[in-house]
Design a binder for this molecule. Structure first.
Ligand code: UGA
Length: 444
């Protein structure tokens, strides 16, 4: 029997922490490295530095097996690993749409300088196509004589909120490799998933890099398509929720990612479509993905439209209007407020003079750090207490299941804008609420 490869994971954010915990859960010996000692200490003591359902308990369980260690020591990782997964962030650069590759470059550099034996460095981060080829050259320059390092790309498709599920039961694995040995190492590193029948696409590294940005671009385009239809519905007096429902029965189209509303945000979709356009321009094919600019613009327009609806319901300028903003995270089951449409709408309302009180079941602390000027409530009841308009911005279950009658007792005016098309209109209307949603006529 072949000995399972020893795994290291570099970077312990959403992606890295999930990869490390899941690999240990699958039975591998794992060393996870981060440059941030506070993060390492938290993880090593079984505490997740962010909110992710199911990962918290799996972290504690895998730590107890002794197969998972967290460290800041790159020497230890370099000595330990047969397969090194690089899982660091690639945020949008400040001042341009391009991806900021400094963390990826640093992580590959740290390993290349230290590894003295045969090992596979595997990029999992989302990067502009061509990054793997550039890094492969750099690794050769940095690598000590005698080390036999190879590079592969294995993009990650996990969704926040479903990180464990998506990692242990992925739709597919993509291996961007340059040799049979690299493919064999990746097959060994994922053997339990392959045994469970996960499809694998083996490709060159450039194709693997592109698969990821293409997938996120497609998803963003699908969301913006239905939100563009919402704009048309608003002008024509039609109902986008029924339009989306009717489209979804065509299984060539499908209903997933066809939910109209406030649009996409988070640390991936928005920055990935921008970085893709920037990279396409460098490659001289900007026309091929010029539509992604429209995808971005449609998405951003939903935010100002939501503010318009709040203004319409208030019946006057927003100066002094007390608004309860329900949600701050970019989607439910997450505490992530990066490029969050919810928080952006709260900010726009505040800039128009509204007195905004934000409540999110998990993201209040992150939201407060990002926008300390807004007021934050500790409970839903506190947020809606005395509100002239309530606006639903993130469709947390707590908001969707809230009783319109109970909420109605607390507010100053029964007026609600449903920014996610997630509420039961009939119940709200029956309880005497004025209800408005994106892409739907006022009286539906
Ligand atoms: C996204 C992709 O779905 C993952 O496959 C990918 O691995 C990940 O980015 C990444 O690049 O790391 P994530 O950012 O966690 O995952 O969030 P999604 O579940 O894709 O949602 C993105 C945004 O789209 C959210 O703001 C959500 O509210 C919005 N959305 C989603 C809609 O507005 N309508 C929909 O129908 C679906």
């Amino acid at each position: 029997m072949n000995i399972p490869p020893r795994i290291t994971v570099i970077g312990t954010g959403y992606l890295g922490a999930t990869q490390a915990v899941c690999m240990a859960h699958l039975g591998y010996e794992v060393v996870a490295v981060d440059v941030d000692p506070a993060k390492v200490a938290a993880l090593a003591s079984g505490k997740l530095p962010f909110f992710e359902p199911a990962l918290d308990t799996l972290l504690v369980e895998t730590l107890a097996t002794g197969r998972l260690r967290f460290t800041t020591d790159f020497d230890l990782a370099a000595e330990f690993g047969d397969v090194h997964f690089i899982c660091v962030g690639t945020p949008q650069s400040s001042g341009s749409d391009a991806a900021d590759l400094r963390y990826v470059d640093a992580a590959f550099g740290e390993l290349a300088r230290r590894v003295t034996r045969k090992a596979l460095l595997v990029g999992k981060s989302t990067v502009p196509v061509g990054t793997a080829d550039r890094l492969a050259e750099r690794i050769v320059e940095l690598s000590p004589a005698g080390a036999e390092l190879e590079l592969a790309w294995n993009p990650e498709f996990l969704r926040e909120g479903f990180a464990v599920e998506d990692t242990l039961r992925p739709d597919r694995l993509v291996f961007g490799v340059r040799s049979a040995w690299a493919e064999q190492m990746l097959r060994a590193a994922y053997s339990p998933l392959l045994a469970a029948g996960t499809p694998v696409v083996v490709a060159d590294p450039a194709t693997a890099e592109l698969v990821k940005v293409a997938a996120n671009s497609f998803l963003a385009t699908k969301i913006s398509f239905i939100n563009a239809m919402a704009e048309v519905c608003e002008a024509a007096g039609a109902d986008v929720s029924l339009l989306a429902k009717a489209l979804s029965y065509d299984d060539r189209i499908g209903g997933r990612f066809l939910k109209p509303g406030l649009g996409f945000g988070g640390g991936c979709l928005p920055k990935d479509i921008r970085a893709f356009r920037a990279r396409a321009e460098e490659l001289g094919v900007s026309a091929a993905v010029a539509f992604l600019h429209e995808v971005d613009q449609i998405n951003l327009r939903r935010r100002s439209r939501t503010v318009d609806l709040v203004r319409e319901l208030a019946g006057r300028s927003l100066q002094g209007v007390r608004v309860a903003a329900l949600g701050a995270a970019f989607k439910p089951d997450s505490d992530d407020v990066r490029d969050a449409p919810a928080l952006d709408v709260a900010r726009l309302l505040y800039l128009e003079g509204a007195s905004v009180v934000v409540y999110d079941p998990q993201a209040n602390a992150n939201a407060h750090r990002a926008y300390p000027d807004l007021d934050y409530a500790d409970t839903l009841g506190e947020a809606v207490d005395g509100a002239d308009v309530v606006v639903l911005l993130t469709e947390w279950a707590e908001f969707v299941t809230a009783d319109p009658e109970d909420m109605g007792v607390l507010v100053a005016q029964r007026r609600i804008v449903d920014g996610r098309g997630a509420l039961d209109v009939a119940r709200y209307r029956a309880a005497g609420w004025e209800y408005r949603a994106l892409g739907r006529p006022a009286e539906v």
